[in-house]
Design a protein around this ligand. Structure first.
Ligand SMILES: Nc1ncnc2c1ncn2[C@@H]1O[C@H](COP(=O)(O)OP(=O)(O)OP(=O)(O)O)[C@@H](O)[C@H]1O
Length: 496
C-alpha cells in the first residue's frame, strides 16, 4: 500500500474505508468495505457535498479540500483492547463562504500506526502549503474590542472563531482593548513582537486594524514590525478589511482563512494633519460619506444600515462640502485606470523592495508648499470626496472596484453635488456591485498623493472610519509597506 493512502475503520460499523491523498483533496472511499454498504460516519455525508469542488460533484467518493482541513492526529490507545483512533478536524464550507467545524473519527489497526503517522504528515503538508508561506499552528495575538459593533465581539470570538482556531492547534494570546488607543499602545510597546507572533488578529471593526498599523509605525524596529501580518475577524459594524481579504463577513469562514492565510504585502498610506503623521490603510473621506460615517453615531444600533439611512437623507438635502483638493494624478481617464488595473493586478510581492523603516515623506507634509505639478480642484459644490486603498468599504459597498493591494496607488472618487438627485441615487445604488465606476458623473482617478483643505468652519473628516480633526490633511502612499494575512494574493472583488 502506498503511503498516499491508508485503510481505517468507521465507528461504530467497523466498515473498511480507504483514505486517499489526491492532488487537491482527501478522498474517502467507503466502497472498500467488504459488504459495500457501510455508511460514512455521521456529519460526513452532509459536509461532503460542500467540500467537493463543483467540477467533481459527480465523483462517487466523498472528498475534502486540503484548504478545509485543519488537523489530523492519532489518539493514544489508553485502555486495553481499545484500538487507536485517527481524528481529522476540518471545516465544511459553502459557496456563500460560510464554514462549520466538523470532525471525522476512524479506528486504525495497531500495526498500521506508523504508516498512519507518515500519512498524517503528508496530509498536513498538503493542508498547510509551506511553499506558499502558510504557517501551521500559528501563534496569534488576538485583539478583541469588546465594544465593537453592537458589543458582540467577545461572544462571536468565543462561539464562532475559537473552536476553529483551537482545532487547528493555533497558539493564542488574547487581549481585550480597554480604551481607545489601547491596541496601538499594545503593538507599539510589545517586546519582540515579530518573533512572538505569526499574525495579529483584530476581532473588531476597522478601528482596531487602523490602530494596529499606527502602533506598528511607532516601533523602533518598524521595518521588521510591518512584516507581521495583520487580519480581521469581522466583529464590528464596519468590517472592510475582512471583506477585502476574505470576501465575506462570516466569522467561521474568516477564522478558516486565518488558519490557512499567508503573509501578503499591501500598500499603506501616511496622512499628515495638524503637525502629526498617522497611517491609513483603508480610506479617507470628506463630504456625505464622512457625514454619514461619523455623523450617524446615534444610529449605531442599526448596524451597517446606519450608513444607508444617512446617505439617502443627505442626497435629498443636496448637501455640499466646499473644499480645495490638490492631487498628483497618475491615471485620469476611465480607460487609463482600467489599463493600469490590468497591468498591475498581479504585482508579485517578491518584486517589491523590503521596507527599511518608516518611509520618509516624498511630498512633505500638509504644512509644506503644494508641488507645482499637482492638479487643483477648487469646488463649492462637492458632494463626495472618497479615497480608498481597497475595493470594499463595507460588506455592501464596493466603492473602489479598481483598487489593488500593491499597485502603489490610491483610488480617488469625486462626485459633484450639482448632479440631479436621481443620478446621485443611481450612483449610490450601483455602488454595491461597483457599477458606478462607469458613470459619467463619477470622477475616478488613480493617485499617489493629494491634499485637502476644507473651506467650511466645521464638518467631518473620516480616516479608516475614524473621526479626525476637520482641518487640512495630506496623504501619500507607500507601496507594499504593510503585511496582511490572506489566502489570496489579490483582493476579493470582481475584475473591472
Ligand atoms: N474598550 C474600549 N472602549 C471604548 N472604545 C474602544 C475600546 N477598545 C477600542 N475602542 C475604540 O472603538 C472604536 C471602534 O472600534 P471598531 O472599529 O472595532 O468597532 P466598530 O463597531 O466597527 O466601530 P466603527 O463602526 O466606529 O468603526 C475604535 O476607535 C477603537 O479605538
Amino acid at each position: 500500500m502506498s503511503v498516499e493512502s491508508i485503510f481505517a475503520y468507521t465507528i461504530p460499523d467497523n466498515g473498511r474505508v480507504k483514505l486517499i491523498l489526491e492532488d487537491r483533496f482527501l478522498h474517502l472511499d467507503y466502497a472498500q468495505s467488504s459488504s459495500g454498504t457501510v455508511a460514512p460516519p455521521a456529519g460526513c455525508m452532509s459536509s461532503i457535498s460542500c467540500v467537493t469542488p463543483s467540477s467533481l460533484s459527480s465523483a462517487r467518493k466523498p472528498s475534502i479540500l486540503y484548504f478545509n482541513i485543519l488537523w489530523a492526529e492519532i489518539g493514544s490507545a489508553s485502555m486495553p483492547n481499545y484500538r487507536p483512533t485517527l481524528t481529522i478536524d476540518y471545516c465544511s464550507t459553502t459557496e456563500k463562504k460560510t464554514a462549520e467545524l466538523q470532525k471525522l473519527r476512524f479506528l486504525i489497526d495497531e500495526s498500521s500506526v506508523e504508516t498512519c503517522s507518515d500519512w498524517i504528515q503528508k496530509l498536513l503538508q498538503r493542508a498547510y502549503d509551506a511553499s506558499a508561506g502558510v504557517v501551521r499552528s500559528k501563534r496569534l495575538l488576538i485583539l478583541i474590542n469588546p465594544f465593537s459593533g453592537q458589543g458582540k465581539a467577545r461572544n462571536l470570538f468565543n462561539s464562532q472563531a475559537l473552536p476553529i482556531l483551537d482545532a487547528a492547534r493555533c497558539k493564542l494570546e488574547e487581549v481585550e482593548t480597554k480604551y481607545k488607543g489601547h491596541a496601538a499602545e499594545i503593538v507599539a510597546s510589545m517586546e519582540n513582537l515579530e518573533e512572538r507572533y505569526d499574525a495579529i488578529v483584530c476581532c473588531s471593526g476597522d478601528g482596531i486594524p487602523h490602530e494596529v498599523f499606527n502602533g506598528l509605525s511607532r516601533r523602533s524596529d518598524v521595518a521588521k514590525a510591518f512584516s507581521v501580518p495583520v487580519c480581521q475577524l469581522p466583529c464590528g459594524s464596519g468590517n472592510a478589511l475582512c471583506m477585502n481579504l476574505v470576501g465575506c463577513k462570516n466569522v467561521p469562514f474568516a477564522s478558516l482563512c486565518v488558519v490557512k492565510g499567508a503573509p501578503q504585502r499591501m500598500d499603506l498610506c501616511s496622512i499628515t494633519q495638524d503637525g502629526k503623521r498617522h497611517m491609513t490603510f483603508l480610506s479617507q473621506t470628506l463630504g456625505m460619506i464622512a457625514d454619514c460615517d461619523i455623523g450617524t453615531e446615534h444610529l449605531r444600533w442599526m448596524g451597517e444600515a446606519r450608513f444607508t439611512v444617512g446617505i439617502i437623507s443627505r442626497v435629498f438635502k443636496k448637501a455640499k462640502y466646499p473644499c480645495k483638493i490638490s492631487v498628483r494624478i497618475a491615471h485620469e481617464s476611465r480607460s487609463q485606470v482600467r489599463q493600469a488595473y490590468h497591468e498591475n493586478k498581479l504585482v508579485p510581492q517578491e518584486s517589491l523592495p523590503a521596507p527599511e523603516g518608516l518611509p520618509p515623506l516624498k511630498f512633505g507634509t500638509v504644512e509644506d508648499e503644494v508641488p507645482e505639478d499637482w492638479k487643483e480642484i477648487d469646488t463649492d459644490s462637492l458632494a463626495i470626496l472618497y479615497v480608498g486603498q481597497m475595493p470594499w468599504m463595507s460588506s455592501d459597498t464596493m466603492f473602489f472596484p479598481a483598487a489593488l493591494p500593491r499597485d502603489g496607488f490610491m483610488d480617488m472618487v469625486i462626485i459633484d453635488g450639482n448632479i440631479p438627485i436621481l443620478e446621485s441615487l443611481k450612483i449610490l445604488t450601483s455602488v454595491e456591485g461597483g457599477k458606478h465606476f462607469d458613470s459619467k458623473h463619477v470622477h475616478y482617478y488613480k493617485v499617489d498623493a493629494y491634499r485637502v483643505i476644507p473651506k467650511a468652519k466645521s464638518g467631518y473628516i473620516s480616516i479608516d472610519g475614524e473621526k479626525f480633526n476637520f482641518s487640512p490633511f495630506q496623504v501619500e502612499v507607500h507601496q507594499g509597506l504593510a503585511t496582511v494575512l490572506a489566502h489570496h494574493s489579490s483582493f476579493q472583488a470582481p475584475e473591472v
